[in-house]
Ligand binder design. Structure first.
Ligand code: C2E
Ligand code: SIN
Ligand code: SIN
Ligand code: FE
Length: 393
């Protein structure tokens, strides 16, 4: 029962050991802790990190020595904790131990003296050398009343280490908040997963049609990611961009093969039609809600806009152009120039970089040209690894 995958995080340790005088101010103080954590939790989309935050909240509010969040894995009928601070994830059968009991009964459990309670497996303390005195286990549910998991909180950090009924009530609030936060993050993750799969499929379809692309879309994805991190975008945004930047040319599905794969220069008329791929791409994605689809829409729409306003389809400029589209533009043109196309030979890298210097502040966002120069070794390595097969044309 003491196989915990959790430990106190240093920042919250101080908060939780604060000595609070009267019991009234104590509850108020605990509520403040709860609200402080709730704000953090509301902003978190990544499920593992969210579970960590929920655990920290439970631990701080209960003023517990240890707190684990157990999440139900329907597929395997198991409960798991999230790995933390050097401890591996722990999995147990979903009906095992006090966690299983709380979940099946749908009731929180408060144990004041663990070793005197028949429900507690005293041998587990012997195995780990940890002394469990008092424990609370609180299940939490989704909106339909289906169990999602539970809190397990051990040993209050007061001299007698015993949790009270008022601690149990307070933790009931925490558990109900945790259930809502988890449910919405899980739904969000499901939607994003579906969208991710859809995007990959779409990319494959487009690629199989155009003679031009080959590994192009994968390289653009990786270049975009590297550039995004270089200019300081958060990891989450860089990952999102990596997912959507390969979709920038999806609108080319509307372009006839005769134009798309034309060996020579395009006529003015053909190029006018070609330009519509930005708007067509935007139309494909714009109807869907969600971060993934709306980012894909913006990138498809804006990747041929130029920093100085001479691009298409709208001629917007500077920071009016979404940062994802500015990054994709650099990645796309770099790859277009450095690769062979039906209509052009591959350029040597020196010539490619010369163009970027010339177009710094004209076609391209200056900070991104600087980032490209700074990351060139990484970019060239990606190019090496995602090479088009020899004799591609
Ligand atoms: P793409 O081949 O993926 O090229 C993307 C962008 O890379 C181009 O956008 C352009 O900004 C840059 N780029 C590619 N090749 C060159 C080049 O030789 N010189 C310079 N300075 N920049 C280059 P752009 O021009 O808006 O073209 C959009 C798409 O239209 C191209 O995507 C390609 O599919 C098509 N396209 C453009 N020009 C021609 C052409 O002469 N012949 C054919 N068959 N298709 C063309
Ligand atoms: C793609 O977006 O997957 C490439 C589209 C194309 O060049 O046809
Ligand atoms: C965007 O960058 O999010 C779109 C704004 C625009 O219409 O330029
Ligand atoms: Fe394009």
């Amino acid at each position: 029962m003491s196989d915990f995958g959790t430990r106190m995080s240093p920042s919250l340790a101080t908060e939780a050991t604060l000595d609070v005088p009267s019991s009234e101010t104590k509850v108020e103080h605990q509520l403040q802790i709860l609200l402080g954590h709730a704000a953090l939790i509301a902003d978190e989309r990544r499920l593992p990190r969210l579970i960590e935050l929920i655990r920290d909240m439970g631990k701080a509010v209960a003023r517990a020595d240890r707190c684990s969040v157990w999440v139900l894995d329907w597929e395997y009928d198991e409960l798991y904790t999230v790995a933390s601070e050097g401890i591996d994830q722990v999995r147990i059968p979903s009906n095992a131990g006090l966690q299983g009991l709380a979940l099946t009964e749908g009731q929180p459990i408060l144990i004041k003296d663990a070793h005197a309670d028949p429900r507690f497996d005293s041998e587990s303390d012997g195995r780990t050398g940890y002394r469990t005195r008092s424990m609370m286990v609180l299940p939490f549910w989704d909106n339909n009343g289906e169990p999602l998991g539970c809190f397990q909180v051990v040993n209050k950090i007061t001299p007698d280490a015993v949790f009270s009924e008022s601690d149990l009530r307070l933790m009931g609030l925490v558990a109900s908040y945790a259930g809502k936060a988890l449910e919405s993050a899980m739904l969000n993750q499901e939607v994003e997963q579906t969208q991710r799969e859809l995007l990959l499929k779409l990319g494959e379809v487009c690629e199989s049609r155009s003679k031009d692309t080959g590994q192009h879309v994968r390289r653009v994805a990786d270049y975009s990611y590297v550039l995004a991190l270089k200019i300081g975008l958060p990891e989450q945004d860089a990952e999102l961009l990596k997912m959507v930047s390969p979709m920038h040319d999806v609108g080319k599905v509307s372009i006839p093969d005769s134009i798309l794969n034309k060996p020579g220069k395009l006529s003015e008329e053909d190029f006018a039609l070609m330009k519509l791929h930005t708007i067509v791409g935007y139309d494909i994605f714009k109807g869907s809600k969600g971060r993934v689809m709306s980012s894909a829409a913006i990138v498809a729409w804006q990747h041929h806009e130029k920093w100085n306003g001479t691009g298409y389809p709208r001629g917007i400029s500077g920071e009016q152009i979404h940062i994802f589209a500015r990054i994709t533009a650099v990645a796309d043109v770099f790859d277009a120039l450095a690769s062979e196309r039906v209509y052009k030979r591959a350029w040597p890298i020196d010539k490619v970089m010369k163009l970027f210097e010339e177009e710094r502040g004209k076609h391209f966002d200056p900070q991104l040209v600087d980032a490209l120069v700074a990351c060139l070794p990484d970019i060239l390595e990606i190019r090496e690894q995602l090479n088009d097969p020899p004799g591609f044309f």
